[in-house]
Every structure is written in structure tokens, then in C-alpha cells.
Design a binder for this molecule. Structure first.
Ligand code: NAP
Length: 297
């Protein structure tokens, strides 16, 4: 059985930062990732708020982080972790590819996109419905699209799409945005962006592919149809930690309960990044958690 000093679950910003810190402290490190490296940030077109980097795409940032960790010696295994057992000084980690052991485990599982939860959403994924403007935006060049959400992801996605789509509707359920004012102001300057506020998406229209969305104005009760070929859903994330409920406590939304110390109820099991309870989920706070968790291993 392969044994490491530190096993990290998740190769996003928190996990890879933890790997860098643990490796530089002389530990052996395996990072398990069930999808691709980088986490959510790979879908961000332009990062402008990471200290020291004025502009960088999410993909470039994640790739640099991945290379930094692997060049230092991190073993990144693309396997899904399905169970962690606390055997005192040793943690047994089961994955889709095998069984491993570690002295310490850092959970850096991030979060996944939250679906809207309306009829035909799943059926139309790839046929007009997308959760990633950076990945799929180019398919909608010169077309009319909508972005649903009011956080930084939705605002940044809309800015990105407005550069090459003929029109971008920004549908948000309130008239105030959760995302940064600077991002809202950028959008207000675009001639091809229209805000559809206090509205929720109630229906997806189109047979083989999306041709429009119905939105309901929560204030007036009016329903209208927006003719769009793409709907980019950016309404936040959901954590995925239920598999680890035997070694950590989860809150009612599924986040791992922990404070800035990044410790959990199990000695030797730490948590870092968006998957834990916290007030600010940002690259900077994910990186900070990764460094703290690794320093405890
Ligand atoms: P978020 O900040 O949680 O925002 C989610 C948005 O979706 C909110 O505006 C919310 O509306 C709306 N929403 C949630 N559920 C909905 C539903 N069922 N129907 C309609 N609307 C719904 O999520 P995010 O934008 O993905 O950002 C996640 C975190 O990453 C944030 O901390 C964000 O700042 C960070 N982020 C940072 C950067 C960057 O620094 N460059 C880029 C992207 C994201 P309400 O506002 O009404 O609740």
C-alpha cells in the first residue's frame, strides 16, 4: 500500500497550495483529484484580485499552480476519494484506483456548480445550457445569450461573453448584486448588456436546443420570453463532502465545519478552501487555508 505523509483531496487552489507548503516542509504528498486540476478558478476568464497578479486567466493561474506543485514533487492522481478512515496516527484513504495511507489528510474538495433545478436543464446541457462561459462561450459568438446569477462568477462571465456575443442578458433574482461593484460597473458600460432584474428563470424553451427562456418578474408578476441561444447558469456552488461525514462535522448546507485553524473533529484531518464554513470564498482565502492546513501536518 502506498503511504504518504500528506494526502490532499482536491487539486484546486487550496489543495495545490497545501501541496506546495507540505512539500517545502519535506513531506511526501499525494493529491487526489476526480476531475481536472485547478478547481473552479479554471472557469474564470480574468482574475484581477489576486495580490501581485494584475491580470491572469483562471486557466493560466491553475496551470502555474499545478506545475509549481508537481515540479516540487507532488504526485497528482486522478482518482476519486471515496472513503477516509481514521485509524489514529494513520488515515486509510480509499479511492476509485486503490487504497492508500497517510499521516495527515487535507480535505480541499471545493464545491460544484449549483443547478437551477428547473425542467429540461440537464437535457439541454451542451445544447444551450452551460455552467462555464470560458469553456463554452465561443460557441455563441455573435449570438444572443443570457447569464443567470448575481455573484462575481455571473458578472465576470457576462463581461467575458459581451466581448463576442451580440447581446447578453444578465438575469438576477434581486436588484442588487452579490458580486463586486467594480464588476457591475464594467457591465453597465457595455452597450450589448441588458439587466433583467428581480427575475427568475421559470422555463427553458426549444426542442433540440435552447431557443429562449421564460422569466418571471417577482415584483410585477409579469412573465416574458427572452430569445436566447445560450443560458449560462452561475448561481453559486454546492459543497460535496458527504462521503467524509465520518471524520468531519458538516453544517446544514454540507460545508465542513471549521474555523481559520482549518482543523476538524478528527486529529490529523484538516480542511482548506471553499469546502469549509467561512465568510469569504476567494482565491486568496483558499490559498491561505492551504498554507495553514499544510503547516499543521
Ligand atoms: P455566489 O457569490 O454565491 O453568488 C451566487 C448568485 O446566484 C447570487 O447572486 C444568488 O442570488 C444567485 N442565486 C443563488 N441561488 C439561486 C437560484 N436558485 N436562482 C437564482 N439565483 C440564485 O456564487 P459565485 O458567483 O459563483 O461566487 C462564488 C464565490 O467565488 C464568491 O465568494 C465569489 O466572490 C468568488 N468568486 C471570485 C472571483 C474572483 O475573485 N475573480 C470570481 C468568481 C467567483 P442572491 O444574491 O440573491 O443570493
Amino acid at each position: 500500500m502506498e503511504k504518504y505523509d500528506v494526502i490532499i483531496v482536491g487539486a484546486g487552489t487550496a489543495g495545490l497550495t497545501a501541496a506546495i507548503y507540505a512539500l517545502r516542509a519535506g513531506k511526501t504528498v499525494a493529491v487526489f483529484e476526480k476531475n481536472t486540476y485547478g478547481g473552479q478558478i479554471v472557469n474564470t476568464p480574468d482574475i484581477e484580485n489576486y495580490p501581485g497578479l494584475k491580470h491572469v486567466s483562471g486557466f493560466e493561474f491553475a496551470t502555474a499552480l499545478y506545475e509549481q506543485a508537481t515540479e516540487l514533487g507532488a504526485k497528482v492522481l486522478f482518482e476519486e476519494v471515496t472513503r477516509i478512515e481514521d485509524n489514529g496516527d494513520i488515515k486509510a484513504v480509499t479511492t476509485s484506483g486503490g487504497s492508500y495511507e497517510a499521516t495527515s489528510v487535507i480535505l480541499a474538495t471545493g464545491a460544484k456548480n449549483r443547478p437551477l433545478g428547473i425542467d429540461r436543464e440537464e437535457e439541454l446541457i451542451g445544447k444551450g445550457i452551460s455552467y462555464c462561459a470560458t469553456c463554452d462561450g465561443m460557441f455563441f459568438r455573435n449570438k444572443v445569450v443570457a447569464v443567470n446569477g448575481g455573484g462575481n462568477t455571473a458578472l465576470e462571465d457576462a463581461t467575458f461573453l459581451a466581448n463576442f456575443c451580440s447581446k447578453v442578458y444578465v438575469i438576477h433574482r434581486r436588484d442588487e448584486f452579490r458580486g463586486d461593484v467594480s464588476e457591475v460597473n464594467k457591465l453597465k458600460e457595455k452597450d450589448n448588456v441588458e439587466f433583467v432584474l428581480n427575475c427568475t428563470v421559470t422555463e427553458l424553451i426549444g426542442d433540440e436546443k435552447l431557443s429562449g427562456v421564460k422569466v418571471l418578474d417577482k415584483i410585477t408578476g409579469e412573465e416574458k420570453t427572452l430569445e436566447v441561444e445560450g443560458l449560462f447558469i452561475a448561481i453559486g456552488q454546492m459543497p460535496e463532502n458527504s462521503l467524509f461525514a465520518n471524520v468531519v462535522n458538516l453544517d446544514d448546507k454540507g460545508y465542513i465545519i471549521a474555523d481559520e485553524s482549518c482543523t476538524t473533529k478528527t486529529a490529523g484531518v484538516y480542511v482548506a478552501g471553499d469546502c469549509r464554513t467561512k465568510t469569504l470564498r476567494q482565491l486568496t482565502t483558499a490559498a491561505s487555508d492551504g498554507a495553514i492546513a499544510a503547516s499543521l501536518c
